[in-house]
Ligand binder design. Sequence first.
Ligand code: URA
Length: 268
Amino acid sequence: MLALAGCFDHLLANGVRLRNRFHKEEMFGKAPRSGNFIQGRGPRFRLALELGRTNSRQNSLLQSNTTEVPLPATAAALTALSEAEAACTRCPLYRNATQVVPGEGAVRAKVMLVGEQPGDQEDLAGHPFVGPAGRVLDRAIADAGLDRKKMFVTNAVKHFKFEPRGKRRLHKKPNAYEIERCHWWIDQERAILKPKMIVALGATAARSLMGRPITISKVRGEALPLPDGTPIVVTIHPSYLLRIDDADRKEFEYRQFVTDLRACASAL
Ligand code: URA
């Protein structure tokens, strides 16, 4: 039950040594040796977990392994997770980013909001959704009658991908490989928090969570079950609203976005 939290407590207690080991394992693709991730599960399970390729039966084991984790353990697990993320080399994006931007929010969050990747400001600040798209998101959350402080906000990809253009860094969409590699961290966040509902903000988040390319207009706004039963609502990414010039259209799309977010109210 407490295996995952126990692992992260252990990780915290042994900080640097374990971080180095984790780093090496990430680089060389080796499964954790001491079997801490999910105690009592075999090497195949741990390897699938390490590779982010757990099947639905393994996913439900992962979920049940973390039932009723006490609050301090959840907080410690999230802290340790963000330390582990800081050492991530699962894809090349860590090389150019300033830092990893871990998910953050309420330890008891019932709703997890998943964006695409940190932008320029998030990369510098080390926090998700603090730039222009974050301000739109904050307003929409408030207009939907929700409270961001009660949610957990994260990204499908945890490092900023960009193209240098003079002094500017232009956002570049993460590719399928980067999304797939980073999905491993979302699984860890979900295993720790066990959110009652997930909101995918845009196509990258939807692809990460649903494991395949998604056309937003086909699934938008309805709660769909993920393989473990957790409902997911897919909606637009708030940066889409920033790109609309026509004021009426912008307002219309914004209202739609707020309506989609209201679907979370049932989980709160
Ligand atoms: N866009 C995202 O998808 N995530 C952020 O954190 C910021 C902008």
